[in-house]
Design a protein around this ligand. Structure first.
Ligand code: NDP
Length: 371
């Protein structure tokens, strides 16, 4: 963040506060108008790993963001460095590769590093970014397992840097509404819930998503995490136990990772919710029954449009650019030193559930304690 950007917003806040007490309404309004014409303060984000999500969603969202912008890139592919620097007007001094990444420490243009790499690399680059003095957003799933998540959280705390997970649905209006309906018991207590997320994998059979060492697991890690999140944020509770089973219809393609997984989560008070994930089925729903009605979202978890209804009417909320909302919120958290609603601890909680699901799969579907 450069000092002129910093100054304009502070000046706006100061002048606005002064105006209310000391100036006439007319002069206050013209002072506010003059100040709001000044450039908005924006934090610089560097994207690490220029794959499908970084190129398809995050970079375009950063073009619309109000509080952050695409300041830098980190890539292992030199041709992408050339292409991105032209397309997004990124200065050469803000382009890194995985080897010289730590030099980002000396770059004041970069405030936030956004890790968009295969899962196995999340831990290393989150820790290196924090040690370089940068705040971090790390994509989901946060890491290969809960122990790695704990190390990432500790490293960011030690470096006094904020850590956030790319949980965009916490900023999405339909999903925020189901959080409200469930957590505030608007239709009474939730009595049952079912969540599913998955897609039919038709991609490269050699892609990192199918390699255990790089992905940690399959449909459960990549897609099931949304269904687990859905159960957690709708009930507002943390599950205590889980049991799971799996199906593999294509053991050749899904040699190393899970294809379709089914689970039950046991919550405090006795509620048991069901969930499923897949690399072989197109699912994407959240369904809750409560004492006095029900509500659901479908599609629930994507970014191509979310829809939903309640038993007593529709759920009508705007479609927003979720990535923009998520990154703008984190930039404001950093600017104002306020906690993010999706910290590393949130990623850790999901990974504890996922670890327990894998333990259950290894233990013939036994109930496993989470955490
Ligand atoms: P891609 O495979 O499209 O991109 C990953 C990028 O990582 C590559 O293009 C490459 O970039 C870099 N990379 C570095 N090392 C490796 C390696 N050994 N193998 C493969 N790629 C490597 O993945 P996605 O963009 O789909 O996913 C990245 C992350 O984002 C994952 O954690 C995923 O779960 C998450 N994601 C989140 C979504 C959401 O909605 N929140 C949606 C989609 C993905 P380069 O060439 O620049 O080095």
């Amino acid at each position: 963040m450069n000092s002129s950007k910093k100054f304009s917003r502070r000046a706006f806040i100061r002048t606005g506060a002064l105006g209310v007490g000391a100036l006439s309404l007319g002069s206050t309004l013209s002072a506010l108008a003059a100040c709001s014409a000044q450039p908005q303060k924006k934090l610089g984000i560097a994207l690490v790993g220029l794959g499908g999500y970084a190129g398809g969603q995050l970079a375009p969202a950063l073009q619309q963001a109000q509080y952050c912008y695409l300041a830098g890139i980190v890539t292992g592919t030199p041709s992408k460095a050339v292409e991105w620097s032209k397309k997004y007007n990124i200065s050469q001094k803000n382009i890194y590769n995985y080897q010289n990444f730590d030099e980002i420490k000396n770059n004041p243009d970069i405030d936030i590093v956004y890790v968009v790499l295969p899962v196995a690399l999340h831990k290393e680059f989150t820790i290196r970014a924090a040690q370089a003095g940068k705040h971090v957003i790390c994509e989901k799933p946060m890491a290969l397992n809960a122990r790695d998540c704990e190390e990432m959280i500790a490293a960011c705390k030690k470096a006094n840097r904020m850590l956030s997970i790319g949980y965009r649905l916490h900023f999405e209006p339909h999903n925020m509404e189901v959080m409200r309906l469930g957590q505030q018991k608007v239709l009474g207590k939730i009595t049952s819930m079912d969540n599913g997320n998955g897609f039919k994998y038709g991609g490269d059979p050699n892609a990192w998503r199918l390699k255990k060492a790089l992905a940690g697991g399959g449909g459960l890690m990549d897609m099931g995490i949304y269904a687990i999140q859905g159960a957690r944020y709708t009930t507002g509770m943390e599950p205590l136990k889980v049991r799971a089973r799996q199906e593999k219809t294509n053991p050749e393609l899904f040699k190393e990772v899970d294809e379709t997984v089914f689970w039950e989560l046991q919550f405090p008070g006795g509620l048991v919710t069901t969930g499923k994930s897949s690399y072989n089925n197109n699912w994407g729903y959240l369904r809750a029954k409560a004492e006095r009605g029900s509500f659901e979202l479908e599609p629930a978890y994507g970014y191509g449009g979310i829809a939903g209804k309640r038993s007593d009417g529709p759920l009508l909320f705007p479609q927003i650019n979720q990535q923009q909302a998520q990154m703008d919120d984190f930039a404001q958290c950093v600017m104002n030193n306020k906690p993010t609603r999706v910290p590393g601890e949130e990623g850790l909680k999901d990974m504890r559930v996922i670890d327990a699901i894998y333990r259950s799969l290894d233990n013939s579907g036994n109930w496993e304690t989470i955490g």
